[in-house]
Ligand binder design. Sequence first.
Ligand SMILES: CC(C)(COP(=O)(O)OP(=O)(O)OC[C@H]1O[C@@H](n2cnc3c(N)ncnc32)[C@H](O)[C@@H]1OP(=O)(O)O)[C@@H](O)C(=O)NCCC(=O)NCCS
Length: 158
Amino acid sequence: MRKENQISQANNYIIENFSEHHLDDVMEIEVHANPTPWTKQTFEKILELRSQSFVIILNSQIVGFCIANKVLDECHLQNISVADTMRRQGIGNFMLDILKKRMNLAGITVVLLEVRKSNKVAQDFYRENGFQELSIRKDYYQTKNGREDAIIMRLKGP
Ligand SMILES: CC(C)(COP(=O)(O)OP(=O)(O)OC[C@H]1O[C@@H](n2cnc3c(N)ncnc32)[C@H](O)[C@@H]1OP(=O)(O)O)[C@@H](O)C(=O)NCCC(=O)NCCS
């Protein structure tokens, strides 16, 4: 279960809505976190949407980002990542807590996401935060050697 002190520890971080001036730092995290990283153009397209996306800043450095969109009455969590040197310190939990609060304010009660079948760390992280496995999307992801299934996970609100 989650450590009680993690949120107050993470409260030292600054939260900013994802903007153009964050792009380079977000890309730097992305290339180290994703086996097939999103391109800068993909992030730029996100900026054109009315998204719920934000970054977490510590000492003027972006240490994590969360890319999520409101689709009708659902939220699609498209990408979430913490700088590799900053992991396992509660920043991921903190970002999901922020997302849940934003979803509540927007009247959204369901968050959906896809995660690589091989990405057990992320699956543990999502389960720890109340997500449940919903289904499998066959060959959804590109890998270096071919394709990989996605697990679709869902979080239901209160
Ligand atoms: C998944 C990710 C965002 C988690 O961020 P984080 O800041 O390290 O997560 P937290 O410190 O808030 O951890 C919360 C809980 O998740 C689980 N968890 C996180 N990292 C874990 C690991 N390496 N092994 C097992 N469980 C882990 C634990 O239950 C942890 O709670 P605990 O530390 O009290 O045991 C981060 O590992 C990451 O950026 N990974 C690369 C990008 C990625 O895979 N994103 C998801 C794409 S679908």
